[in-house]
Write a protein that binds this ligand. Structure first.
Ligand code: OOG
Ligand code: MG
Length: 259
């Protein structure tokens, strides 16, 4: 795929985000053969545009790491994307900043030192965890009805748009990552439940996969980056007036309203 075309597709995704106007997935008619490799090139171009517009990358993130997500989205391979400074949610979730927001409860991990793949294992990651935190991601696919194939969602920076992190940091000896449970309620009604092992059998495995995927592109995961390991449950559509409460067995509760 030519550089110019990569840039055109990245720009269309940026425009969709800025105008809050969803677009048809590229694999439907225009680029049915869009490959994973091409899609990451588009993602890189999109990230470059955001940087040039003055935004700053906060961390990479993992996506599509649980069976619940695979079943919901019809895509069954983990992917990565990046979150930006401008995506931090402060106070309420402002509905009109999004196209069709959904929330995901996630386990976040910060590393003690940089890691670079290939060949990094879950055990390597477990030796290198600075702390764990709770996270609510607000995803907002730029594709109509969240209808995408693998290449589309990679190009679209894994639907990244918002995130809320707990302030409190939990040390690894205080938590059993695979057995950490989560419950999501909206207006006191349970809408999703999950457990850490939903995330590629272990959230540290998700970090290892991230390190190895980035390593294949000559990039590393840096110490101190707050990394979301992927939704533990299927994602839940939200609406103005919703009060969301995400309660974990060990990690700090996150409560947020949609206005
Ligand atoms: C892709 C978002 C992936 C996750 O945690 O699985 C992601 C999507 O479902 O739109 O962030
Ligand atoms: Mg996510």
């Amino acid at each position: 795929m030519e550089d110019e075309l990569i840039h055109v597709i990245a720009s269309e995704l940026i425009t969709a985000e800025e105008n809050k106007q969803s677009i048809e997935r590229f694999t439907k008619h225009r680029y049915p053969d869009l490959s994973v490799e091409q899609a990451y090139h588009i993602q890189e171009a999109l990230i470059q545009i955001k940087r040039m517009e003055g935004d700053t990358v906060v961390a990479p993130k993992m996506g599509l790491t649980s069976k619940a997500k695979w079943d919901q989205m019809g895509v069954d391979k983990p992917i990565y994307g990046f979150i930006f400074d401008s995506m931090r949610v402060e106070g309420d979730i402002e509905f009109d900043k999004y196209i069709h927001p959904k929330i995901e409860p996630e386990i976040g991990i910060v590393l003690t030192s940089d890691m670079q793949g290939p060949g990094v294992t879950k055990e390597d990651v477990l030796q290198n965890i600075e702390y764990v935190f709770s996270a609510v991601e607000v995803i907002d696919s730029r594709y109509t009805d969240f209808d995408f194939h693998l290449g589309d969602v990679i190009a679209d920076n894994a639907s990244s748009k918002g995130y809320i992190f707990s302030k409190e940091q939990i040390s690894l000896d205080k938590i059993d990552l695979a057995n950490e449970t989560v419950q999501v309620t909206i207006n006191d009604e349970i809408v999703a439940e999950g457990i850490g092992s939903n995330v590629l059998d272990h959230p540290a495995e998700s970090i290892a996969a991230l390190v190895n995927m980035l390593g294949a592109n000559g990039q590393k995961v840096k110490k101190g980056e707050p990394i979301m390991t992927g939704g533990m449950t299927s994602a839940v559509l939200i609406e103005p007036g919703d009060v969301i409460k995400v309660t974990y067995s060990t990690l700090p509760t996150i409560e947020v309203a949609v206005k």
